[in-house]
Design a protein around this ligand. Sequence first.
Ligand code: ZN
Length: 118
Amino acid sequence: MVRIIRVLWLTLFLRCPACQRGHMFRSMFRMNVRCPVCGVIFERDHGEITGGMAINTVMVLSIAIVGAVLSVTTTYPTWLIIGATALVMTSASVLFYRHARALWIGILYLTGSMFEDV
Ligand SMILES: [Zn+2]
């Protein structure tokens, strides 16, 4: 259990789950193919980006649910809540993009789908 929390914590800070030192991203939206420290391949198969996209989608939909609840339970104008929710959803999806992909890579590492070449 401690290992799971440690790996997911490291990946939220965009560190390689295998060596815990390498950076996963070289820029805001460009992920390294291999860890610059240990050389492990982060996304070995095509389509593994969809896991990160799913995590990001769940996070953004959670914000939409909060916005919907706020529109029903508060007296703020609906147009204001819709606008604020859309703004938060858009910016959160962009800002959380790298962390969602990294979190998925952490899950791949924990399930044995990400491994070091021998
Ligand atoms: Zn590494």
